[in-house]
Design a protein around this ligand. Sequence first.
Ligand code: PLP
Length: 411
Amino acid sequence: SAPRTGRRNFTKSHKLDNVLYDVRGPVVQQAERMEDEGTHVLKLNLGNPAPFGFRTPDEVVYDMAHALPHTEGYSDSKGLYSARKAIMQYAQLKHIPNVSIDGIYTGNGVSELINLSMSALLDNGDEVLVPSPDYPLWTACVTLAGGTAVHYVCDEQSEWYPDIDDIRRKITDRTKAIVLINPNNPTGAVYPREVLEQIVQVAREHQLIIFSDEIYDRLVMDGYEHVSIASLAPDLFCVTFSGLSKSHMIAGYRIGWMILSGNKRLASDYIEGLNMLTNMRICSNVPAQSIVQTALGGHQSVNDYIVPGGRIYEQREYIYEALNSIPGITAVKPKAAFYIFPKIDTKKFNITDDVQFAVDLLNNEKILIVQGSGFNWQQPDHFRVVYLPRVEVLKDAIGKMTRFFSTYRQN
Ligand code: PLP
């Protein structure tokens, strides 16, 4: 054939047309430009504990060092037997029914498994119920897989619990599954058993798969019990996700897992698809798998952070009070994880575009937050603060935010 003439433009795949992942999006790029030019930016945008002085338990680091000479090769596609056995025992402690080693898959973080689980399931136009606000990777992966993320509302007036009537209203013939993020990012909510039972009932009536992202299940404060929804649904097919990024402050090591449970016969064909994609990526990072057993057993050092006097607990106490003391800002108290999702009085500040608001806060006060729309929240009236920095740093941030909001777009 004749050689091509002229310039060829390489365009991105149309599969990405509606994919949104603003946690690391354009506002962040603006912050990076500012830093390149020598301006310090206070980053309250990423749930990555290590840079804020949270240390990985020594035991975990020593364990990985010890295992390194023996983890040079690929592992089984689903993961090392010892890791999966430890995860199975963890699932038993959480009363998740009908779990076998075979139904446990390790991944390069929960992220890889969210992507894989949606890719293996969805045909074009299939619908998945996803919370709003959500951790946006869920919506992004549903969309990338050709599906449609249909957002159900979590209700700020009710502690950010899922609105069951809204879930019911949004079910159609094409709804295949419902996603829960519990404990929740970005709201910090923890769902009580009664709410979970209602969701199970809806899933039962409409034969939905339940996907439950529980990566924050070991970071629950105030004595609230974390219930795995899979423990309430032995007759349904459930997939439960968790990992060590947050509880063990090793987001960089990349280790997470998913657990299939309940009525697996309903999903034997889907499971074949999961296995195929799992085989295709060969296996997840093996050194990181080697520490799962140690990490999940024995003393959980994260517990020291989430009790009174502990860093995450005290930072939450501070940020919750401090944000609520800014005129025009209100926030529900988070019960878990390290995020708070305050509401902005948009009338007072005349805000119609929350990306613009995030850019203005960045330019004026050198503070980086993520606007609510980055979490598929439909109104421009929320933003997420990561309260991982120490209280002194958070105080500085709150001082600047108070100054910012005292004049922002007010006549
Ligand atoms: N799920 C939720 C709710 C998260 O907040 C995150 C990270 O912020 C992830 C999953 C991804 O975690 P990882 O890929 O590090 O396991």
